[in-house]
Design a protein around this ligand. Structure first.
Ligand code: COI
Length: 347
């Protein structure tokens, strides 16, 4: 959708791309390091039909956000963590490694050039999507010789339709998201295409998303297609440990730290069994796009479990309040998570 920023209704933002002024673009061949790049008008990209990304899925992305704060600053949240994950994801997919400094500089340039698209304080955020893919042609399966890196942005509101309404989820027993020693812990585009079929089937039956189980024996919960998962029971907050098939989510890590250090809650990154989840007092999910979303109902085979009496549970609420207040500079940022973007100075 190409909207002039004057015509954007900030209160009505969902999670759909809105074209902005510009995007960052850089190219790199396999035997070079990433350097240079520039801002170009937001627009379509020409690709060979034999491009590595189209034929063999050689691409990875990131998701991060810029916020307008109560102090009228524009801030990035834990951008170094996204940068580190991009380093790992590119290496895992045989894409020339995007170093943190190059990544962060590209993100800042893009946000600054599109600064008017950061929603006003309290009205959504600017979603930032860095993405890199293999552009050179390949017919045989191999890592290609040329890559393109783009950073584009879009103002966004709630990821799920219905805003903060607790989610209705299905435990997926027919499909897995990722296997041990696969690419589940890289932000590879293929992880998301693999989740489309189970997601589409679940949505047809009225569910918002699905919960995946481990691919070894299907006893442990892993994550949703679009977010990490937490359960709370008897004073302990648990989230599936980073076993290799789980994405090391930035919001996941932030919730662990907020719960431990601000709320004084015991947090375990551990195996989380399906039975434990179904018996939990509270279940919620976390992600950059999703933020912190309460789970109201989970269906597993013929069993339906309800949580938190249809509203956000107390632990999710406290974590969400703390996280939102830090991002909006309403309270001190005790962890040094914010990077303030200087709106006026050129970087
Ligand atoms: C994010 O939370 O930023 C993600 O990349 C997940 C994606 C499914 C929207």
């Amino acid at each position: 959708m190409n909207l002039k920023k004057e015509n954007i209704k900030w209160e009505e933002l969902g999670f759909n791309p809105i074209e902005t002024r510009s995007m960052f673009m850089a190219k790199c061949s396999v035997d070079e390091k990433w350097k240079g790049g520039s801002l170009v008008p937001y627009g379509n990209i020409e690709l060979s039909p034999a491009a590595g990304v189209l034929n063999y899925g050689q691409g990875v992305f990131e998701g991060t956000k810029a916020y307008h704060t109560i102090k009228d600053n524009i801030v990035l949240f834990r951008i170094q963590r996204n940068a580190k994950r991009m380093e790992w994801s590119t290496q895992r997919m045989c894409i020339p490694k995007i170093d943190s400094d190059f990544f962060i500089d590209a993100v800042i340039q893009t946000v600054k050039d599109n600064i008017g698209y950061v929603p006003p304080y309290g009205k959504g955020s600017m979603y930032i999507r860095p993405i890199v893919w293999g552009t050179a042609p390949a017919l045989g399966v191999r890592a290609v010789s040329e890559y393109t890196f783009v950073v584009f942005v879009s103002p966004v509101g709630s990821y799920f339709k219905g805003g903060i309404k607790p989610l209705c989820l299905k435990v997926e027993t027919n499909f897995h998201r990722a296997a041990p020693r696969g690419i589940g812990n890289a932000k590879a585009i293929g992880n998301y295409s693999a989740s489309l079929y189970p997601l589409t089937m679940a949505k047809k039956k009225g569910f918002d998303e699905v919960i995946y189980l481990d691919a070894v024996n299907g006893e442990r919960v892993e994550e949703l297609g679009s977010a990490n998962l937490f359960i709370y029971k008897d004073g302990v907050l648990k989230t599936p440990k980073l076993s290799g098939s789980i994405l090391d989510g930035v919001t996941r890590d932030s919730v662990c730290k907020i719960a431990r250090d601000i709320l004084g809650v015991k947090v375990l990154e551990t195996d989380v069994y399906l039975d434990e989840m179904l018996e939990a007092d509270e279940v919620f999910c976390t992600g950059t796009a999703v933020t912190i979303a309460p789970v109201g109902k989970i269906k597993y085979q013929n069993r339906v479990c309800e949580f938190s009496s249809g509203s956000i549970g107390p632990i999710a609420k406290k974590c969400k309040e703390a996280l939102t207040s830090i991002r909006r500079q309403e309270i001190k940022d005790p962890f040094g998570w914010l990077h303030i973007i200087n709106k006026n100075k050129k970087i």
